[in-house]
Each structure stands twice: as C-alpha cells, then as structure tokens.
Design a protein around this ligand. Structure first.
Ligand code: GLU
Length: 435
C-alpha cells in the first residue's frame, strides 16, 4: 500500500506554527515511506477563506519548501459529492432528517451513530476507545443545505486516497465520529495519528499572546525556512539520538511516527534562535553575503562590495537571525552611528579615559602598518606598559569606534575599519563625550 498523507488546513490568512508542524510531519512521513503528500484546502468558510488567505497558505508552503504531490483539492469544489453521499446515507437509513430546535428553518441531515463503542490504534497515542453511550448522533448537512466539516473532511480523505491522517490533538474527538462515518460509507478507515499541541511555558496552547505564533512572523524576523522546519520537526519528535541540527534528508530518513512524543511540546524561542544561528553559520559564504547585501539595501545602506564582504565575514559567527544583520553592521558603513548611551556613561565617560584614548590614538597613528596583528600587539603592549588593565583600554576604544560594547573581536574590527576611520572615530567620540 502506497502511503498518502495530506495537509488539510482551513485558510485564514495566517498560518499558525502548530498547523505548519502538522504539515511538516505529514510531509516527513510521506517522504520517509516513499509515499505521497497532498494538499487539501478546506475552504468552506467563505468569509475567512479569501483568495488572499489561500495565497498566504501556498506562499508559506513554498517558502518552507514543503513540496506537495499533484494539484490541491478545494473542498468547496466537492460540495455536490458531499450532498450526494448524505443522500445515500439517508436512503440506507444511516442518517435521518430533523428540524433541529424546531425553528422551522428547514431540516438538517443527522448521522446516526451505530450504537457501538469506537476503537482505534493511534500511531502516536496508542489504543483509543470511546464508549457508545458517550457519542451522540451529529449533523452532517446544515438546514441551509451546506455540508458540515465531519462529512466533508471524511469524504475528501476518501476521495484523495489518504492512508494516514496525521493531525492535531484537538481532532481526537472528531476521529471517533469520523471512523463511524467511514464505516457507514463502506470505506476503509485510514490510520490516525494525533500530534500533541505546542504549548507555552505554562503548558497552555501556544498562541499569539505568547509571542510569534504565525509562520509569517518568523519570516519577517529573518528566520531561515530550513531552520524553522528543523526546529518544528523536533518539537515533538526526535531521531532517537542526540542529533538536533539535521538536513531535510536526514530528517526524512529518520522520521517515524513511533518516535513522536505523546506529551505536549513546549515552544522554546531561545532554542529556535540558536538553531537558526547554526543554519546561518552553515550557509555558503556567497549565500550569506547575498542575504547581507539584501539587508543593507533594505536598511538604505550603500556599501562598497569588497569592503562589505570583509564586514560580513567578521560578523558571520555572531548572526543568529537575518534581522540581526543590519543593526550589527551599520556602524561599518557610516560614521554617524548611534552610541549606546549606557555603555558610554559606564565605560567612556570616566576619569582618565580621555588621556587613554589620546595615547591609544597616538600609538595607532604611529604604527608602521595598520592591521589586525599590529593593532593587537600595540594595544596589548600599551595595556601592559601603562598598567591600566584591559577593562580601562579596550572597551573605550571599542565604544569609540563602533558606538557599542559588543561585537566581533576588536582587532579585526579596527583592521577592517582602517586607520583613517579609527582615528577619526576616536576624535569624534572624544569631542562628543569627553571634551
Ligand atoms: N481543516 C481542519 C483543520 O485545519 C482539518 C483537520 C484535519 O487535518 O483533518 O483543523
């Protein structure tokens, strides 16, 4: 039997990370088994499923590079088939009509539960049973003539030949009903697996109140799609060893439903940011540079390519997300950079710093050659001979030339900036804060 999984979202315009994790697991399972992964757009909520919302969904799938097999199926295109099936159930006595609530608004079609317990073996949770007495008949066609989710969802899974339904925990209750529907329709029941929710640090479902809950938020903030996919894949699944940063191929190779955890998975922004940094480091330098140039352009920074490349190499190790780039490098491209006022008052505006900077300036000006090694040696010698200590020399120099206390190693920074800029910046900082 060839595996066929699907992602069946109801487009609302923004794709929640929990939803896309469901897509990722379906994709991984299909690719692992050599099966197929299809898309179904559950677009029956006409108000929310606008063309823009559907476009946002496709765009997200494409950005994350989750390739689907074949054309997507639109649930609305199947309405007649859904109604025909309801008619057949009525004819067989497996459903009946009723004016619900006696409102006179017309009759609904109601599915008759078979009156037996429903049991299935969940691929993640194991055996699940619901007693007959705890399940009631339910509406499958509304009085306005539109099919209800349960009917449409099951019929479309049958139509698309889905063998494995992998979806969120919130659908477990539905699954008991759906299995009864499959049986009434004479269709083979697929395998069901329910993924635990993504939760916040309090164990509550992760929502936009907890932080960025939509894929688009991460895209805007400069996360790499591969990092996000890797992180979300590990949120509730593990390869069984301690690997964390994994290529798609490695994840596809290792993915099994048995290794999915049945307890809720806690979203950890720090870990995602760390992982994104790992992916940033792994990018080929050309790709990294291209991203950096793009960020400079967005920030309106003009950059001479050869110089810019040197800057990018310098910050490469420190970049965690694409959004870090422009703020991290902007001072290399303008001497009108912002000073971190806290750093200035703590480290620069102190007794003796004016004299120290004057001495450092003189030393740097007099160096026969100005590069990483020579500035390094000159400032270390100065620290030693003056007896001032590193803390009294290096931070003021760094703040003077970059406006900030943090950044790559100081000496490569000085070398890339070049002597002229370094001297100019020391003068500028002195004039501004120490005059
Ligand atoms: N449209 C439903 C949802 O997004 C589909 C659930 C399913 O995967 O069956 O929750």
């Amino acid at each position: 039997m060839k595996v066929r999984t699907r992602f069946a979202p109801s487009p609302t315009g923004k794709v929640h990370i929990g939803n896309i994790r469901v897509a990722i697991y379906n994709w991984l399972f299909a690719r692992h088994t050599g099966g197929e992964f299809v898309l179904r757009v559950e677009d029956t909520d006409i108000e929310r499923s606008t063309p823009e919302a559907i476009h946002a969904l496709f765009d997200t799938m494409e950005w994350l590079n989750l390739d689907v097999d074949g054309e997507p199926l639109y649930q609305t295109s199947r309405q007649q088939a859904h109604l025909d099936a309801a008619e057949t159930l009525l004819e067989k006595g497996l459903a009946y009509k009723e004016d619900k609530g006696g409102t006179g608004q017309g009759e609904c079609v109601i599915f008759r539960m078979p009156g037996t317990d429903v049991t299935f073996v969940d691929g993640i949770k194991g055996k699940m049973t619901k007693k007959a007495e705890n399940m009631q008949d339910f509406v499958i066609v509304r009085s306005n003539g539109t099919p209800v989710f349960h009917l449409a969802n099951v019929l479309d899974d049958i139509e698309q030949g889905i063998t494995h339904v992998i979806r969120g925990d919130d659908h477990v209750e539905n699954t008991f009903r759906h299995i009864a529907l499959y049986e009434a329709l004479g269709a083979e029941v697929p395998n069901f697996s329910h993924l635990p929710m993504i939760v916040n640090h309090q164990g509550k479902p992760y929502s936009k109140r907890d932080g960025d809950a939509f894929v688009g938020d991460y895209r805007e903030k400069g996360f790499l799609p591969d990092a996000l996919v890797n992180y979300l894949a590990l949120l509730g699944w593990s390869p069984g060893d301690d690997r964390e940063v994994m290529t798609r191929e490695e994840m596809v190779e290792a993915f099994t439903l048995e290794r999915c955890q049945s307890s809720a998975a806690q979203f950890d922004m720090k870990k995602l940011t760390w992982m994104n940094g790992e992916y940033m480091q792994k990018l080929p330098m050309d790709d990294f540079s291209a991203i950096c140039f793009g960020e400079l352009e967005k920030a309106g920074i003009d950059a001479e390519p050869e110089y810019a490349e040197k800057v990018f190499e310098l910050v490469r190790e420190r970049v965690r997300t694409v959004a870090d780039i422009a703020p991290m490098v902007s001072y290399f491209f303008t001497d009108d950079y912002e000073y971190d006022e806290k750093a200035v008052s703590k480290k620069l505006q102190k007794d003796g710093v004016a004299e120290t900077l004057a001495q450092v300036r003189a030393i740097l000006e007099a160096l026969p050659s100005f590069d990483m090694a020579s500035t390094d040696k000159a400032l270390h010698d100065f620290v030693e001979q003056s007896g001032l200590g590193f803390g009294a020399v290096m931070p003021p120099v760094r703040i003077a030339v970059s406006g900030t206390q943090s950044g790559p190693d100081l000496f490569p920074v000085l070398a890339v900036l070049g002597r002229e800029q370094v001297l100019k910046r020391i003068d500028q900082a002195v004039a501004r804060y120490l005059a």
